[in-house]
Design a protein around this ligand. Structure first.
Ligand code: ADP
Ligand code: MG
Length: 233
């Protein structure tokens, strides 16, 4: 299946549904959602709190199993993979950015960035080179030895981006990356994500409720109560 201009999607989501059971009650967090993620684009998925954004991102990342529906990464149906293959897929192809940065407090910026590289088959020299390059790319070479508490929120999130970048993933999945930052610092993070797409050729899916992000995205979808809508600006 092809996208609009015959570009093959990097990810395809088909009729994705996820129900959570809470005692007797069922919450239908996603109600049969379909979309294509095109390579080399920044796709934003917006929506109010509770609209199903995180549920959707976790399913796209293979961190959760759908109740029904399919998630494809290139030619591979990932919702059917076992845990081991999913872990490998995530390590080899996906990068993650979190709202709360997800840094380990006792490790330096450089060490945090190096964590996802440790499970890969890189030599120590390759790892160090990738860490330095990622630090440089987010403009934090001078903070390499700083621990998270010695950095501002914006700097911590730049370390978060560098960590996602260092393994040179094809797809970066970001869940409200500016959610804990003021709007000026948030804009810096969004523009770095934009440059990751533009200059590094990676594909970014950013989940956000921040309207500011919309201006930078190539494609925008809106989740409303578990249903997806095309959102023309
Ligand atoms: P968003 O990220 O857009 O704020 P979520 O995907 O986190 O939304 O949640 C969508 C809906 O699913 C909400 O009603 C939420 O309460 C519910 N939900 C999310 N995770 C769980 C869970 N683990 N158990 C039960 N309900 C959940
Ligand atoms: Mg969320």
């Amino acid at each position: 299946m092809s996208g609009l201009e015959g570009v093959k999607p990097i990810m395809r989501v088909r009729e994705l549904a996820r129900a959570y059971t809470m005692g007797e009650a069922q919450v239908l967090a996603l109600k049969g959602v379909s979309l294509d993620i095109l390579p080399g684009e920044m796709t934003a998925i917006i929506g109010r709190s509770g609209s199903g954004k995180t549920t959707m991102l976790n399913l796209m990342a293979g961190l959760d199993r759908p109740t029904s529906g399919e998630v494809w990464f290139r030619d591979q149906r990932i919702d059917l993979l076992n845990e081991r293959d999913l872990l490998k897929l995530r390590q080899d192809h996906f990068g993650f950015v979190f709202q709360s940065f997800g840094l380990l407090p006792l490790l330096s910026a450089a060490e945090n960035i190096g964590i996802p590289l440790r499970v890969r088959q890189f030599t120590r020299a390759e790892r160090e080179q990738r860490v330095q390059e990622a630090l440089e790319w987010v403009g934090l070479t001078k903070r390499s030895k700083h621990r998270p508490y010695e950095m501002s929120g914006g700097e911590q999130q730049r370390v978060g981006l560098a960590r996602a970048l260092a393994s040179q993933p094809e797809l970066i999945l970001a869940d409200e990356p500016t959610g804990q930052l003021d709007s000026k610092i948030g804009r810096q993070i969004i523009s770095l994500l934009r440059r990751i797409v533009q200059e590094r050729g990676m594909t970014v899916v950013v989940i956000t409720h921040d309207p500011q992000t919309i201006a930078e995205a190539d494609t925008i979808y809106e989740l409303r109560d578990g249903a997806l809508f095309d959102s023309q600006q």
